[in-house]
Write a protein that binds this ligand. Structure first.
Ligand code: SAM
Length: 293
């Protein structure tokens, strides 16, 4: 491992507010004043912050779609001794944003990378959630495509720790429906626009939150928290039952074959699917009985 060189600059990873401009540390303001350049994910947003604190340091843009070319330029500046502060559009750089790439590039060149800690949407949301904080899983953004998203949720559905997601307002409904379907009706906290004028926190079961959002046009930035799988009396996995029911309607096959198909599709054991199929059969019997009455 190469050691940081004294002739090289320092890359400061500076956390900035996630909304309220007052949420910045004294040290962050000093570092932003002292560095040679500030590399910002969203220069328009950062300009507002700099103006608020009367910081005159020059800005350069560094974001997802220029990170390779711009990363190299920033690295060459660090290599000749310039100190650079990296800021994301909000919160802590490197947490679910392009900061990760630059940080690694700098580390590979033995540049000193140092944190100037402060806000992050994930910890702000977790801190007020009322869900267990003893240990937690930060999942970041879920995949935007339905299949990939559902697969990922399947993978984490047994997770016991509180799970934190970043989510876009356009997808929040679909995500909540998938979570309900795959994980059952668990405790959830939806936080929106934290520290901003329209800050909103909705607590409840997933189904409560879906109901509360019904008919609303959802805007703004969302961090969603899901309680871990700690409910001992959890209901049957409705996604398995749904798939069994779908395959039963589509294919004229014995239950044994349907179980095989679902087990392969879901990547779970035949035994687990079989257990669910017993519940599924019970539901069918009940429906049958009600139909005949
Ligand atoms: N690095 C940032 C951090 O540490 O907070 C997160 C960057 S990520 C690209 C941006 C996501 O964070 C948003 O899409 C949203 O899910 C979440 N987020 C940002 N600001 C928020 C806020 N004020 N309230 C709730 N969630 C927020």
């Amino acid at each position: 491992m190469t050691r940081p060189s004294q002739n090289k600059g320092i890359l400061y990873i500076v956390a900035t507010p996630i909304g309220n401009l007052e949420d910045i540390t004294l040290r962050a303001v000093r570092i932003l004043n002292e560095v040679d350049i500030i590399a910002a994910e969203d220069t328009r947003r950062t300009r507002i912050l700099l103006k608020h604190y009367n910081i005159k340091t020059s800005l350069t843009s560094y974001y997802e779609h220029n990170k390779y070319a711009k990363g190299k330029q920033i690295l060459s500046k660090l290599n000749i001794g310039k100190n650079i502060a990296l800021v994301s559009d909000a919160g802590t750089p490197g947490i679910s944003d392009p900061g990760y790439y630059l940080i690694n590039l700098a580390l590979q060149s033995a540049i000193e990378v140092t944190p100037v800690p402060g806000p992050s949407a994930a910890t702000a949301a977790l801190s007020i959630s009322g869900l267990s904080t003893e240990s937690f899983l930060f999942e970041g953004f879920l995949p935007s495509k339905t299949n990939a998203r559902r697969k990922l949720i399947e993978k984490i559905k047994e997770e016991k720790r509180t799970i934190i997601f970043y989510e876009s307002p356009n997808r929040i409904r679909a995500t909540l429906l998938d979570l309900l379907d795959i994980c059952g009706d668990r405790k959830t906290v939806l936080t929106r626009e934290l520290t901003k004028v329209f800050e909103e926190v909705i607590r409840g079961k997933i189904s409560d939150i879906i109901r509360k959002l019904e008919g609303r046009q959802i805007k703004g930035e969302i961090t969603l928290l899901l309680s871990g799988n700690i409910d001992k009396n959890k209901p049957g996995d409705t996604s398995i039952m749904n798939l069994l029911s779908e395959y039963q309607k589509k294919f004229d096959l014995p239950m044994k074959d349907l179980i095989n198909m679902v087990s392969k599709d879901k990547g779970i054991s035949k035994r687990d699917v079989y257990q669910q199929s017993l519940k599924f059969k019970k539901t069918l019997q009940l429906e049958d009985k009600n139909g005949k009455d």
